[in-house]
Design a protein around this ligand. Structure first.
Ligand SMILES: O=C(O)CCC(=O)C(=O)O
Ligand SMILES: [Fe+2]
Length: 270
C-alpha cells in the first residue's frame, strides 16, 4: 500500500464519481463497448470473460487502454479529461516505485524503464463495480488471480472485499483512506527471476453495499520481450525460472482464458 503518493484526493474522488456515472449510463449508451476483443481500446461487461466461463462473477467492469495511446468513452461528460489526468498521475507513481524496485534488485535505477520500454508501456484503466449480492456466500467478485504487467495501483471506495493470499491463507486487504494498494504483477516476477512474486488475490462480495475500485495496470511496452534480467541469472545457483515471451502475447493469452490463479505464468515457468 502507498500513501503520500502525490495524487490529489479530489482527483481520485472525481474519478470514482465519474466511473459510477459510467455504469449508470443506459445499456444503449454502453452498447458500443460491449463484447469486444481483449485488446480493443474500450470494453465493458460483466464477470471476466463470459465467452469461456460457465459460472459468472458478481462484477461489472470497464477496461480502457490509456497508454501509449489514450482512449476514453464519450460519456459521461468530463470522463476524458479526468481519466487522462488520473492515469498520468498514477503512471508517475508507478514509475517512482519501479525505480526503487530496480535498485532493490541491484539493477540500475532506470533498468526496468529502459529494458521494458515503459515510457511507451501499456497502461490499462480497469474499473470494477461489485453491487450488493443477495447470497454473497455463493458468489465471488473475482476469482484468485495475479495481474499481468509490472505494478497495479488500486484505489477503492470504503467497501472492502479484496483478499490476498499470504502463507496459504486468504487475508482481507484493508486500505487506508487515500491510499493505493499496489499489486506486483507477473512481469515483475519474470524480470526479477522470481525475487519478487506476483500477488495472488481475489474479491469477495457482500449483501450490503457496492464496492467500487479504480485500477491502473502498468506494464511493459506491448512489443517488449520479457525475460529474467541477465544479471540475476547464473546457471549454477540461479538458473532462469521463466522463458521469455512478448508482453502482447501474454496479455492476449491471459485475457482470453478463464482467470485461474497463476496458470498463465505457469505456462512459461521452466
Ligand atoms: O476490485 C478489486 O479489489 C480487485 C480488482 C482486480 O484484481 C483487478 O482488476 O485485476
Ligand atoms: Fe487483479
Amino acid at each position: 500500500m502507498v500513501i503520500n503518493h502525490g495524487v490529489p484526493e479530489s482527483l481520485i474522488n472525481e474519478m470514482m464519481n465519474l466511473c459510477l456515472s459510467f455504469f449508470d449510463l443506459s445499456p444503449d449508451e454502453k452498447s458500443d463497448y460491449v463484447g469486444k476483443h481483449v485488446l480493443n481500446p474500450i470494453r465493458c461487461g460483466t464477470s471476466f470473460n463470459t465467452s469461456v466461463e460457465n459460472v459468472y462473477f458478481w462484477r461489472d467492469y470497464l477496461k480502457i487502454l490509456v497508454h501509449p495511446d489514450f482512449h476514453a468513452p464519450l460519456k459521461p461528460n468530463g470522463f476524458r479529461e479526468t481519466s487522462y489526468e488520473y492515469c498520468k498521475r498514477t503512471r508517475e507513481v508507478a514509475k517512482e516505485l519501479l525505480k526503487g524496485m530496480s535498485e532493490s534488485l541491484g539493477l540500475e535505477e532506470d533498468y526496468i524503464e529502459k529494458v521494458l520500454e515503459t515510457k511507451s508501456g501499456l497502461q490499462i484503466l480497469i474499473v470494477n463495480l461489485y453491487p450488493p449480492c443477495p447470497q454473497p456466500e455463493l458468489a465471488m467478485g473475482m476469482p484468485a488471480h495475479s495481474d499481468h504487467g509490472l505494478l497495479t495501483l488500486l484505489a477503492q471506495n470504503e467497501i472492502g472485499g479484496l483478499q490476498i493470499k499470504h502463507k496459504g491463507k486468504w487475508i482481507a486487504a484493508k486500505a487506508l483512506p487515500n491510499s493505493f494498494m499496489v499489486n506486483i504483477g507477473d512481469h515483475m516476477e519474470i524480470l526479477s527471476n522470481g525475487k519478487y512474486k506476483s500477488i495472488l488475490h481475489r474479491v469477495v462480495v457482500n449483501n450490503k453495499a457496492t464496492r467500487l475500485t479504480v485500477v491502473t495496470a502498468n506494464g511493459p511496452s506491448l512489443d517488449a520481450e520479457v525475460t529474467p534480467a541477465p544479471s540475476l541469472v547464473d546457471f549454477e545457483n540461479h538458473p532462469p525460472l521463466y522463458r521469455g515471451m512478448k508482453y502482447k502475447e501474454y496479455v492476449e493469452l491471459q485475457q482470453s482464458n478463464q482467470l485461474d490463479g497463476k496458470s498463465c505464468l505457469d505456462r512459461i515457468r521452466i
